[in-house]
Ligand binder design. Structure first.
Ligand code: MN
Length: 724
């Protein structure tokens, strides 16, 4: 065992609950962190290492295991020093690396707003929390020490921001995890920062009345203790406790009252051996004093989400004022103080750090929070989801569901099952029909009536309270909209293709459509139809792209070249040994003047010109149908060329591309742009160019634009050509 003077206090605290700890490894972690942070200072002027050390000491308050203590010592190493996660893993193992990684903020990402970065960090934290719940315990201890030393921050605005964030996020999380020790202190420290005068006044007033309060509580405890003994109920402990300042303050605000008018500043707590004793004590309490109606809560039968169990009742005490009495077993008390941390098991191989079934809310939060894109909406939902006020309702079969306060039958329906929500047509509460905006009450028995044909209505979005239900309804409408778009697109496409008769019948086949979708850069046929259905792509553009291919003529068996009077010259091609030939250009390869080309004699006795490397030519079986052709030196036609551009999506991308092309005095026929899932944009342009050097020049100009990945000439090689 090593001895480091700075670690004496930590060592003593750990040994109290974990005599088998790996002290050598903890010392090693301390030395590692001290070295990494060497030279860094806190706002207080102290060496930085005092902070991780304090965090580790705070962690002993919840009986943290070795790995959590070590993670506490190392928690700022990756974020603030040169040290990497790999180093930590190599030296302290995978678990510690995962924990430190979990509490490390994401690096700043350019182009993100501050609130977006915050959202991403919270997302990351919740995700890390779902893998190992100890992440959040370290994070809470970190926040607690930062709050304890907040006065050293020189900027008032920054202090208030940190305190606000503590109340928005960290205390609700501590509450949800049931770590009340952390929660109370965090709340009081936040109050001290945000309302310094209120804080000081409350502190003074409570101090000045302490004597009277203690005398009063002693009287109650004496009475109750004697009566319990008389009845033969053994208790472990009875004591009074003052609520934390923040919750007193909240109560004063809520009830618009002064401190001396707030009756439950105090509570009496009775700790007993068994659950049946809890109810025994309750009976005695109610026989001694009159209970206040509606203030009895049985969290033993109905534990809170954070696993809190206890009986609460409020009675009219000897001095005529209400007093809260809390009754629980020792085990329940441990959970009440330490929450999730009370569930750790330290024995080797038994560590249970994955959130268990009881932490359903964590899973629910993970379910929907990935879908929320807007940073403000995310923070709002996040706060909402962490709010602790809950109602408990039952299914007719007696299954219990907990929902946020203010929830309506539809929230319940969506909680039971997404389909129950979608198909809901009515709700019955305790046997009576209620409307969908009925606000659920504790203990309601709710039955949802469904119909096969039921479907969500847009009004529901205004009625439901939970983000989960809202997201599921939105998702349903998105899906329905998509299906409608696909159906409309398919109809438009088929109608148009049919109007061309036999010639285009092949394009009604699903293979051909799939091929077409691919050519227009869609992942599948449905996306292709949806684009048409939602007017992002016109059927005319599609037809123009394929029309010529379809009328492609079949080759003749014996090559004959016949003069073609109507179409003299002007097409830019000279056929050796034959003038006045009907010339057309292969739609498959769109040859441009300057490209090496070859002619191909068709059944109609014309010549189709292909690029020499066109697959349709290469595949051709009959060399007899090939004929040499050349480009004319002068011609007055323009040639159709197609270009595909892949680029990072950004504002004005398409406009910049258009401008670049326009600058070269080029006619643009069609433009088709879309953004891919990976954030790149694909732009397809059909235009008229003079020759291949003109085309190359355009490509060069586009390549010079910002964010361009690829500029490529499109050469189609469709199997629909019947040229062999
Ligand atoms: Mn820290």
């Amino acid at each position: 065992m090593c001895e480091i003077a700075e670690l004496n206090s930590l060592k003593e605290k750990i040994l109290r609950y974990n005599p088998d700890c790996d002290w050598a490894l903890i010392c090693d972690a301390y030395r590692f962190a001290a070295e990494a942070h060497a030279g860094q200072k806190r706002h207080s002027g102290e060496d930085y290492i005092t902070h991780p050390l304090a965090v580790a000491e705070i962690l002993t308050e919840v009986d943290a295991d070795d790995k959590t203590i070590i993670a506490g010592l190392l928690h700022d190493v990756v974020e603030d020093t040169e040290c990497s996660g790999e180093e930590i893993e190599a030296r302290f193992g995978r678990d510690v690396a995962v924990l430190t990684e979990g509490v490390t903020k994401l690096g700043k990402v350019k182009g993100r707003t501050k609130s977006e970065q915050k959202m991403e960090n919270i997302r990351k934290m919740i995700l890390a929390m779902a893998t190992d719940i100890r992440v959040i315990i370290v994070k809470l201890a970190d926040r607690l020490h930062n709050m304890r030393t907040l006065q050293y921050h020189s900027s008032e605005a920054k202090r208030r921001e940190i305190a606000g964030e503590t109340l928005d996020l960290y205390t609700p999380l501590a509450n949800r995890l049931g770590v009340f020790q952390f929660k109370w202190e965090l709340e009081d420290l936040a109050l001290k920062t945000l309302e310094p005068q209120v804080y000081r006044r409350l502190l003074q007033e409570l101090a000045s009345t302490r004597k009277a309060r203690e005398a009063y509580i002693d009287e109650v405890i004496g009475l109750l203790g004697a009566k319990l003994k008389e009845s033969g109920i053994e208790y472990k402990e009875i004591y009074g406790r003052t609520k934390n300042l923040y919750s007193i303050y909240r109560k004063m605000l809520r009830q618009q009252k002064d401190l001396d008018e707030i009756y439950d500043v105090l509570a009496v707590r009775v700790i007993v051996d068994s659950v049946s004793d809890c109810y025994g004590v309750l009976g005695i309490v109610h026989s001694l004093w009159v209970p206040v109606p509606g203030r009895f809560k049985d969290y033993i039968a109905m534990p809170k989400q954070n696993m809190y169990q206890s009986i609460h009742t409020t009675i009219i005490s000897p001095n005529g004022k209400p007093l809260e009495v809390q009754i629980r077993t020792e085990e329940m008390h441990h959970v009440a103080e330490y929450g999730i941390a009370a569930h750790w098991q330290y024995k080797e191989g038994k560590t249970n750090v994955k959130p268990d079934r009881k932490l359903n809310w964590l899973r629910q939060m993970l379910d929907w929070q990935n879908e929320v894109k807007d940073a403000d909406e995310f923070m709002a939902s996040m706060k909402y989801d962490l709010v602790d006020q809950l109602v408990y309702v039952f299914t007719p079969r007696g299954d219990i569901y907990e929902l946020p306060y203010g929830s309506v039958p539809l929230d319940f329906a969506y909680r039971v099952h997404t389909e129950v929500g979608h198909k809901a047509i009515g709700a019955r509460c305790n046997g009576n029909m209620v409307t969908f905006d009925y606000v659920l009450q504790n203990g309601d028995i709710i039955e949802i009536l469904t119909s096969k044909n039921g479907k969500p209505s847009r009004d529901w979005l205004k009625i439901v309270k939970t983000p989960q239900a809202r997201n599921k309804i939105r998702a349903w409408f998105r899906r329905e909209q998509r299906e409608e778009g696909v159906a409309r697109g398919r109809e438009l496409y088929e109608r148009e293709v049919r109007s061309y008769g036999e010639d285009m019948a092949a394009y009604l086949k699903s293979d051909a459509i799939a091929e077409l979708a691919k050519r227009f850069q869609f992942a599948n046929t449905d996306n292709f139809f949806q684009a048409i259905g939602e007017n992002h792509l016109t059927v005319t553009a599609v037809i123009n792209g394929i029309k010529d291919e379809i009328k492609y003529e079949e080759p003749v068996s014996e090559p004959v070249i016949r003069p073609y009077a109507e179409n003299k010259g002007h097409h830019g091609i000279i056929v050796k040994g034959a003038d006045n030939v009907k010339i057309r250009f292969g739609r498959c390869c769109n040859p441009l003047p300057g490209d090496p080309v070859i002619g191909f004699i068709t059944r109609g006795a014309g010549i189709t010109v292909h690029r020499k490397d066109c697959v349709n030519v290469i595949k051709g079986e009959d060399p007899k149908r090939m004929i040499a052709v050349e480009w004319e030196d002068a011609y007055d036609t323009n040639f159709q060329a197609e270009i595909n551009i892949v680029a990072d999506d950004r504002d004005r991308l398409t406009a910049d591309v258009m401008t670049a092309i326009n600058d070269t005095k080029t006619t643009i026929n069609t433009v088709f742009a879309r953004v891919m899932k990976d954030g790149t944009a694909v732009i397809n342009v059909k235009m008229e160019v003079k020759n291949n050097s003109h085309f190359d020049y355009i490509c060069k100009k586009i390549r010079r634009l910002k964010g361009i990945h690829e500029v490529k000439r499109v050469i189609h090689a469709s199997d629909n050509h019947r040229s062999g």
